[in-house]
Design a protein around this ligand. Sequence first.
Ligand code: F6P
Length: 559
Amino acid sequence: MPPDTVSPLSNPRLAALDNLANLATRPGADDIRALFAADPARAAQFTVSLDDLSIDFSKTSITAEVLAALHGLARSSSLNLFRDRLFDGAAVNATEGRAAMHMALRDGPQAGFTAVLPGGRDNASQIASAELARMHAFVSAVHEGIIRSTTGAVFTHVLAIGIGGSDLGPAMVSEALTMAHGARLDVRYISNVDGTYFAAATRGLDPATTLIVVASKTFVTQETAENARAARAWLTASLGEAAVAQHFVALSTNAPAVAAFGIPVERMFGFRDWVGGRFSLWSPVGLSIALAAGWDKFADLLRGAAAMDSHFRSAPFAVNLPVLLALVGIWHTHAWGCRTHCVLAYDDRLRRFPAFLQQLEMESNGKSTGLDGLPVPHATCPVLFGEPGTNAQHSFMQLVHQGTQMIPVDFILAANPDHDRPEAHRILAAHAFAQSEALLRGKSLTEVEQEMAAKGASATEIAAIAPHRVFPGNRPSVTILQARLDAFSLGRLIALYEHKVAVQGWLWGINSFDQWGVELGKALASSLLPDLNPGAEDGAHDGSTSALIRRFRSLRGET
Ligand code: F6P
């Protein structure tokens, strides 16, 4: 079948999804403990690795037969052809007629990636490399004090303004790469339009030593535009209008809007529309990462992601990490009806990783219309949430262990810490492994009763309390373990999830690269804004919204 006509919307694909659900109805299909009892070495069979990075999915109910069915789904969906089209720069984002070529940002000009555009082909690798070279020169000049403030002072701080993909990735990565050893420049991120946020981020900052980086693919996002205006006012109040050209930097695809704001062309770093917002941290949008962590780390981040790209592109599906991670998720969604997914990184440097993944996964695959424009006849993306371990254990893990739903968990851990307290790291790791073991093993009523009796509890006490102390067990998890978390391995980890998301979207028959679902709220906010002005006429809203607007104005004394 020619690649451009490949479609995952075939009946064989739906039949393969149904087959998964059927496999789950077999007696004992959820008994993961029985699988380990039958084959204590199953971890060897259900662990895949790439260098030091491994994914152990043996603590799921996946068997050889289930895995064969999952690979059957991949085959019947022509996943291999989708992967080829993705790397060929085809317009996989069909509703916007765009390629998804963020991989070209991380593999150097020799990679030769192209992106297909309505008007022809972009040499994506060359375009990306040229812009990265400009960024490198800029970052070095700032770090070396060659580029300075209008006052002649060196820049010590950065105010990074952006939202969604123009914030979550850079903020997450900057924190991950600077937490252990500090930052080259102190970068403060501002995303929300809440003025408190702006006030907090600028508190104690000196405009004379602050570089202001505005990241916005479109350069029309309302929240970012408002924060950029606030930053401009904050800067010019002490340094005058002339400081704008010297203190502002723009990261965008929209050169005219950047110029209209007054940012000179040499202070704009551009990219193309074949880079989606949530895939843009590798592009100029990642400038704040390089300013915070240094160029070498940013380059290592790109190299790590490129290593995962090359693995994803060439490894057979049987040992392909993003493909297997995607298939495990599909098993839980389709066979077990899981509607939530928990990600627990036992690593504080990855504090913001769940927030980043929320956009990556839910903005990509939170869809109910298929590529054929028809309603999708099955579930798609689960709700994703997470926190660092062990903090999560002291908040929501109660529900994951004993709640009424099955919530698959991804545990993420580095074997070696980036600090000099090995005992603390061993404790952290012990908790990560113990959590997955507890989810699997559970604790039966008999075990609880025997334990309580051994401690001298009375029969009445045992009868009253024991049921509350039972853990069902057989709750699935995946453990992602690597040697250490550094710039390279972080890039690799992020790209692992990026490709997982693309694979899942394809297998669900949806477009992972558009986000029409964010538009309605944006449009309504714009039309509703004037109705909040004092004395405004009531707009045309539903009864609840009208009442809320009136109440809001009344509470402000503006009726
Ligand atoms: O929330 C929708 C969205 O379009 C995201 O996809 C994007 O990352 C974010 O807004 C920010 O957009 P921009 O970078 O154009 O300001």
